[in-house]
Design a protein around this ligand. Structure first.
Ligand code: SF4
Length: 588
């Protein structure tokens, strides 16, 4: 059925797999074979995609699949203890399916609920504000086999937690108003406003939006595409979740404004799997816009302005936030980043000229249409115009989403969110910048401390080493495995951090970590690998004592006892030469 619904389109493979799994509970081998036959694809390709995404299962995972968000913030809020408690109550081990096949419990990367954690996904749906009472109740609901639809509604309540409103979050928005103004300016006039505004991408890279849109407009080919990147996977980021929940009209209107500028006729919004609870709401907004003539053929009566939007669901792969990996995923493939050039603006979705913009970037274009590019550029700094949404979580009294003009200092933000005794702020998520106390005067801006939105606060009780170790585990888990430096390098980095944590570290390990940093930065195929060592190097430089107090020696120290490990072999062979023993403890 899923195959037919998607017109036997191979590019819809990921959506077909997601929908098939929704029906069966997992993807048995026969289903993969049947899908491959119907789509006329090699079975290995279908299996390769099914095996790539962490929310697709080729083995049964139980009627209830419970995944604990494993971000450092969730851990600080007690997620590990709650997971153990739930496992105990359900008599299941983490990562295993219960003996009766009803339930499995495991951890997953950050689910984007850092402002209301600890959080879990139950069969893909977010449950927030977990505590011992909720865990106990969830255990009894699972044991009783209660369908999810009958669970207490408040468990699935996701608050927006908007704490500070600026131009974007503060204004009431009338659907179609921005589009009317931009259309009145003409396509060229509208692009000129975007250029004047100085708008730069809010997804992290900060590329100039006007340059991207013009390149797509000028690329050969009439079938251009606008893609909204709503794969907000950076640990600690959730502002796009809030925009999609509370400002979906603006986001879709921004996509339509991009279509007006570039001449695109097709729009795709790639929604991260963790936010699938928003799917119904987003589809309803799309239906309203079609009914109002803001999507479809002849938008607002303009001949030749035809544009519509589809939503694609991701399935748990952080690397798909990288724009070329996202395009691969949209085409129904494994989310492996592409080699660039060519760039998506000329060779994007299915080889067509494609603009890929972040949710917040697209929402911001509605402001530019309504205020004009000059007024937009009057806020912020000359290199970073406009406002920025921050997702604030961690050790502060008021976690949530805050909108600030670019250029705001970190200490100003800390004061607003009620952070007492802040020691470290991790800006930009796991791949971002670790800011120590003496740097709190620095500013949020592309030219100083850039961020896609994450702002995680750690007070004096926290250990910067453990923060970095959590992020390194995240990268090792999320590496797509395509290139050796990242696949092996992130695993090695994780091994070094675990070795240090176990108290067996030596000074030489720190030197090896720095060498790995250079290797990953220079040889990785995409930004995931090159930014993976950032939190380790930052904390190593700024909080070196947190590392040095874990060292047992200033020389090389193995992570295990080689002499003891050889004991079994000696017994089996009957050979035990006293001169061949190595006691590293004596070597110190
Ligand atoms: Fe994949 Fe890592 Fe290589 Fe990027 S750097 S392509 S995530 S293995």
């Amino acid at each position: 059925q899923a195959v037919e619904r998607h017109r036997r389109e191979p590019s819809q493979l990921l959506q077909i797999l997601v929908e098939t799994q929704d029906g069966i509970g997992y993807l048995p081998a026969e289903a993969l074979t049947r899908i491959a036959d119907l789509l006329e694809l090699p079975r290995a390709r279908v299996e390769g995609v099914a095996g790539f995404y962490s929310f697709l299962y080729t083995e049964p995972v139980g009627h209830y699949r419970i995944l604990f968000s494993d971000n450092i913030i969730d851990r600080m809020l007690g997620s590990r203890g709650l997971m153990e408690s739930l496992c105990r109550r359900l008599e299941v081990s983490p990562g295993q399916v219960s003996s009766g096949g009803e339930v499995s419990v495991d951890a997953t990367s950050c689910t984007g609920m850092g402002d209301q954690g600890p959080a879990v996904l139950v069969n893909g749906v977010a449950v927030t504000r977990l505590d011992e009472a909720r865990v106990e109740r969830i255990a009894s609901l699972v044991r009783a086999g209660t369908p999810l639809a009958e669970w207490p509604a408040e468990y699935f309540c996701v608050d927006d937690n908007i704490r500070r409103r600026g131009a974007l979050l503060g204004d009431d928005f009338v659907p179609g108003a921005a589009l009317q103004v931009a259309m009145a300016r003409g396509r060229q006039g509208w692009l000129e406003e975007i250029r004047i505004s100085g708008l730069r991408g809010r997804g992290g890279a900060g590329f100039t939006t006007a340059v991207k849109w013009m390149a797509c407009r000028d690329a050969p080919g009439a079938d251009k595409v606008v893609v909204c990147n709503a794969d907000e996977g950076e640990p600690g980021t959730f502002k796009d979740r809030v925009l999609l929940a509370s400002q979906a009209e603006r986001v879709f209107e921004g996509m339509t404004l991009a279509a007006w500028a570039t001449g695109a006729r097709q729009g795709l919004l790639y929604l991260r799997g963790e936010y699938r609870y928003l799917l119904k709401h987003l589809r309803a907004v799309l239906a309203l816009r079609r009914a109002a003539g803001l999507l479809g053929a002849r938008i607002l009566g303009e001949a030749g302005f035809d544009f519509d939007i589809d939503i694609h669901l991701g399935a748990g792969a952080y690397v798909c936030g990288e724009e070329t990996a996202l395009l691969e995923s949209l085409e129904g493939k494994r989310g492996t980043p592409r080699i660039r050039p060519p760039f998506p603006v000329t060779h994007g979705y299915l080889g067509r000229p494609t603009v890929v913009n972040n949710v917040e970037t697209l929402a911001k274009t509605t402001l530019i249409a309504l205020q004009g590019g000059t007024a937009f550029a009057a806020t912020g700094t000359p290199q970073s115009t406009g406002t920025k949404l921050l997702s604030i979580s961690g050790d502060c009294a008021y976690p949530g989403v805050y909108e600030y003009p670019f250029g705001v200092t970190i200490e100003h933000v800390l004061e607003d969110c009620g952070a007492h005794d802040p020691q470290v702020v991790q800006v930009g998520g796991a791949s971002g910048v670790t800011i120590a106390g003496h740097e709190f005067h620095r500013r949020i801006a592309f030219e100083d401390v850039p961020t896609a939105g994450a702002f995680m606060v750690f007070d004096g009780r926290r250990d910067p080493f453990e923060m970095a170790r959590n992020f390194v585990h995240f990268f090792a888990h999320e590496s797509c495995g395509f290139c050796t430096p990242c696949r092996v390098g992130t695993a090695l980095l994780k091994g070094y951090m675990d070795k240090l944590a176990s108290g067996k570290g030596a000074k030489m390990d720190l030197a090896d970590i720095e060498w790995l940093d250079r290797l990953l930065k220079n040889a990785s195929h995409c930004g995931l690998g090159s930014s993976a060592p950032n939190p380790v190097i930052d904390t190593l430089v700024k909080f070196r004592p947190a590392y040095e107090r874990r060292l047992v020696s200033l020389d090389f120290k193995p992570a295990f006892d080689l002499d003891a490990a050889l004991e079994t072999a000696r017994r089996m062979t009957g050979r035990d030469d006293p001169g061949a023993h190595l006691d590293w403890r004596e070597e110190v």
